[in-house]
Design a protein around this ligand. Sequence first.
Ligand code: PNS
Length: 189
Amino acid sequence: MLAIYPGSFDPVTLGHLDIIERGCKLFDQVIVAVLRNPNKTPLFTVPDRIEQIRRSTQHLSNLEVDSFDGLTIDYARMRRASALLRGLRVLSDFEMELQMAHTNKTLSAQIETVFLATSNEYSFLSSSLVKEIARFGGAIDHLVPNHVAVDIYQCFAKTHPASAQTTALAPTPLPLTTEPPREKPLGRE
Ligand code: PNS
């Protein structure tokens, strides 16, 4: 049985990876499908996001990472998938996810949506939250894979050099800005 796990993944978080790993145990094959969405301005390009996911999932032999545009259900049909996989974190996800599942069911009765409850430790986590924390110099290395944290810090070091300087727990040193270093860096304490 083949399942598609569609999403924006801008960027992939440990919460997404939790769903991916557990999905790979449930299904014969899983395709993580990154939406190419012209209406959004993402932090990372689609090829960057695909690479980030591939790097984080090298240990999963029944996983493929791809991108798509248009309707998820059309992509799922084209790939001959039987299921769409989505994670449910909190009650507030439910309304939107249920609406998507019902709508997709009206478009293809053959393709089921399967929800996995996100593991407790990631139930608060979203890509937007990670980006907001990084933008204001907080630590994110416990929320995303290390290489993704490096990518995010580097992005914000270009656009917000002063705030990136406070990311003392960044896995790689950041270029120094003109500001003097803080005595007590912000971050996870
Ligand atoms: O990671 P996200 O942003 O929560 O993922 C949302 C996604 C990509 C699954 C959803 O927006 C989607 O399926 N978009 C493709 C367009 C589509 O099929 N729309 C109808 C869904 S009911």
